[in-house]
Design a protein around this ligand. Structure first.
Ligand SMILES: O=C[C@H](O)[C@H](O)[C@H](O)COP(=O)(O)O
Length: 360
């Protein structure tokens, strides 16, 4: 378990009691929060939530991440509801804590937790959100933004030398220094571009997740002392398809155990193709030491030393054919000047309905 009191870089900020968060209903299917299917009566000028709109949009055959996950994991309705409730609670706390009416540019990440984040924002007064532009990190978030009736923006529209005010995104694993593994849903390149173009990056996740590449699906904890210790399927790496075999060979040389090209499984024949028309390689490594602390900083796999998350990220990106990796390491914020891959805060939804908040 990561992030206990003696880790000086982290401060546990707050935790809500379970009673403060009502569990979501699962009246319509097991994959959607009941609230998402109610017409929006909060007077913000919108007719429905983004989740409902997505379901009603016949020409867009979308399978939200949590739909895909839940279908395959065979979890009970109670567990599913608890996880979804935790995502909603974490998303709400993150928006309350870091989205301001003064903001004009907001990055929106990918994944199942982000669905709740967009849903939360869509409940703000339309007059406020109409002054903002929301920059997606891929097709899923673009569709969510549009379905929510929020204004779609792009990085190319940003005034010169300006940054997004804030970026929200999920994660697959979070270490005690708030380094992340991302890309479990094949989104990482645009996520990194948007995160590093933001003044601050806020991560939203739940403590319990389901590993999509392990069948039968197994619950795992997203927080850990070291990356790759709980997220065992490997570091997601976006690669040029024609370079994939060379990249696999190089990954093995660097100590990855059985790296493989991610397959679409029952959802798609052949490799998963990203929003950028690339492939994803999942590269398992022994647990990565944190970048800071007493661990070695320049691991040599031939001597069985462990990579640090930062050293591995820097080494991987030098391999020709690798477009980007799902390791989000290094600085958390350059004094608001952008360039940061690591979040300044993580909102972690818990099974008991509470939310733990950690700051770098
Ligand atoms: O590729 C997907 C993204 O990196 C997601 O942010 C990450 O996988 C977490 O997704 P979820 O919120 O569904 O656990």
């Amino acid at each position: 378990m990561l992030m206990r009191g003696h880790h000086i870089q982290l401060r546990r900020l707050s935790r809500c009691s379970a009673s403060q968060h009502a569990l979501l209903g699962v009246a319509i299917g097991q994959y959607y929060p009941t609230s998402a299917f109610k017409l929006n009566h909060n007077g913000n000028g919108r007719n429905s939530s983004p989740l409902k709109t997505l379901m009603q949009t016949n020409h867009l055959p979308i399978t939200p991440f949590h739909n895909f996950h839940s279908k395959r994991m065979g979890s009970t309705r109670t567990n599913s509801a608890t996880v979804e409730s935790a995502k909603q609670a974490a998303a709400k706390r993150a928006v309350d804590g870091h989205l301001s009416s003064e903001h004009r540019w907001v990055g929106i990440g990918s994944g199942s937790t982000i669905v709740y984040l967009v849903d939360t924002i869509s409940k703000w007064e339309k007059g406020l959100t109409d002054r903002m532009k929301f920059v997606p990190t891929g097709e899923q978030s673009r569709l969510l933004i549009e379905a929510a009736g929020l204004r779609l923006g792009s990085l190319s529209q940003l005034p010169r030398d300006e940054l997004l005010d804030v970026c929200f995104d999920g994660a697959d694993e979070i270490d005690r220094d708030l380094n992340l593994i991302k890309g479990g849903g094949a989104c990482l390149l645009q996520e990194k571009v948007v995160a590093t173009a933001s003044k601050k990056f806020i991560c939203v996740a739940v403590e319990s997740g389901a590993d999509p590449c392990v069948l039968p699906r197994k619950d795992y904890r997203k927080s850990s002392d070291w990356l790759c210790s709980n997220w065992r399927q490997g570091v997601p790496i976006e690669v040029l398809p024609s370079a994939a075999s060379r990249v696999l060979a190089e990954l093995r040389r660097l100590g990855s155990i059985n790296p493989s090209i991610r397959q679409g499984g029952t959802q798609k024949a052949g490799p998963v193709v990203t929003d950028n028309s690339m492939w994803i390689i999942d590269a398992p490594f022994p647990a990565l030491a944190a970048e800071t602390g007493t661990s070695n900083s320049n691991a040599d796999p031939n001597n069985c030393l462990r990579w640090t998350s930062g050293a591995l990220a820097r080494r991987l990106i030098r391999i020709p054919g690798i477009i980007e990796t799902g390791l989000f390491t290094g600085h958390d914020n350059y004094g608001g000047r952008g360039g940061a891959e690591r979040p300044v805060a993580v909102y972690l939804g818990l099974a008991d309905g509470g939310v733990e908040v950690f700051e770098a």
